[in-house]
Write a protein that binds this ligand. Structure first.
Ligand code: CTP
Length: 399
């Protein structure tokens, strides 16, 4: 498992009967060349001892949030920055609930809250606890925050019951992490470009034509691509949204500016066009504010289609070109027409006649149309989750 070599893993062990399996997880991670530091929650010490963990991991074990010894050596922020990834094993129902609320009452939850690294949770609990709606709700919140969940499995439990809730075996946990790192390592060499938000076409210095678009879906896609290792550039029309530093953000206003920045940032391996581009621009803009008494004569001309330009580029066509189609009617026909006319590999279509979803909302429901006539619906969910699913498909197509 060569993707694990020299990786820094922060292992968080919580208090559950499956905690003993964390020892085997450490053993396999060490065998594959990982450097390990461990945080023990208070209740985990009922199941494993700091001595057994240090002996196996050959790394430091941290226990208290306010320990003078630890703080002078490495505080909770430094600890979360040190790690390449955080692995919570086992993740109990209580821990999952605390994380979903953003709690920071002990060292483990504080480090996780302060982390900007991938976080893997390996749940382990009784089947009824796992099936409880509150656990399901907490997990949905955590998935929305991009936590990665490994398992649980179906089987005999320590409590004597049978069902879903059994912790995934250590060897399978490590395999899952290795698979994840394999994709990230590969994607690190790939470049992605995303357009997002509306564009503005000025009529006079203070008036403009624009499209309805919050930019949320495009920003979430850029974040997801970056989390998946891609070197990501986001070219955004005017929005109120923020983005993390890892992403190269280029702010533009007009379609012409968006087009020029797109050209400058080619070549890329994948380009996703989620911007709601203004299709027309004013032929002759007024230099001064139009007055009511003026006779209006506004002539419009078509803007360049950025997506079509890129997808038909002879030498710099990205391996994967993905367009969006926001439609109020005839969704399937319009999307398929755009897929063909704009020479895309995928079109992501959403029905914007539904007022609770899509525009301005945090939620979206889309259908993906592929070049090979396949189509696939991603049912209504948070835009960050839709983005994760879209990027999963990008990974599959590029790898
Ligand atoms: N697009 C683009 N440049 C344009 C217009 C659209 O890059 N000048 C991209 C959008 O970002 C989106 C896709 O093309 O990925 C489809 O955009 P959409 O507005 O749905 O379609 P249009 O081509 O504008 O067609 P229509 O308005 O007639 O539906």
């Amino acid at each position: 498992m060569k993707n694990l070599k020299d990786k820094k893993i922060l292992l968080i062990i919580c208090g559950g009967i499956a905690a003993y399996k964390s020892l085997d997880t450490i053993r396999i991670l060490k065998k594959n060349g990982c450097e390990i530091k461990t945080i023990l929650t208070k209740s985990s010490k009922e199941f494993v001892t700091p001595l057994s963990i240090t002996s196996l991991s050959q790394g430091k074990v941290y226990e208290d949030l306010f320990s003078i010894e630890n703080e002078s050596e490495m505080d909770h922020i430094a600890l979360s920055r040190w790690a390449d990834l955080i692995l919570v094993v086992p993740a109990t129902a209580n821990t999952i609930s605390k994380l979903a609320k953003g709690s920071s009452e002990d060292l483990a939850s504080t480090v996780i809250l302060a982390s900007n690294k991938p976080i893997f949770l390996v749940p382990s609990m009784n089947v009824r606890m796992w099936e409880h709606p509150s656990t399901k709700e907490n997990l949905n919140i955590l998935k929305k925050y991009s936590y990665k969940i490994i398992g649980p499995e179906i089987g005999d439990m320590a409590c004597g019951e049978y069902g879903e809730g059994k912790m995934t075996e250590p060897v399978d946990i490590v395999n899952k992490i290795n698979d994840y790192l394999f994709v990230i390592n590969k994607n690190n060499k790939l470049k992605a470009l995303v357009t997002a938000g509306p564009t503005k076409e000025y009529i006079d210095p203070i008036r403009f034509i624009t499209n309805k678009s919050s930019g949320k879906q495009g920003y979430e896609i850029a974040k997801s691509l970056s989390r998946n290792g891609y070197q990501t550039t986001l070219i955004s029309g005017p929005t109120n949204l923020k983005i993390n530093d890892e992403i190269k953000l280029i702010k533009v206003e007009t379609t012409e500016q968006m087009f020029k920045e797109t050209q400058k940032n080619l070549p890329v391996d994948v380009a996703i066009f989620s911007a709601a581009v203004a299709d027309f621009k004013v032929v002759e803009k007024y230099d001064v504010k139009i007055k009511k008494k003026d006779e209006l004569n506004i002539k419009l001309e078509k803007n360049i289609d950025i997506l079509t330009y890129v997808s038909n580029h002879n030498s710099m066509r990205p391996k994967l070109v993905i367009g969006f189609a926001a439609e109020t009617n005839n969704l399937e026909d319009n999307a398929i027409e755009k897929l063909k006319n704009k020479n895309c590999d995928m079109i992501i279509a959403n029905d914007v006649s539904n007022r609770n979803i899509g525009f301005d909302s945090d939620f979206n429901e889309v259908t993906i149309f592929y070049k090979n006539d396949k189509k696939e619906k991603l049912f209504a969910k948070n835009k960050s989750l839709i983005s994760e699913e879209i990027v999963e498909r990008v990974n599959n197509q590029l790898n």
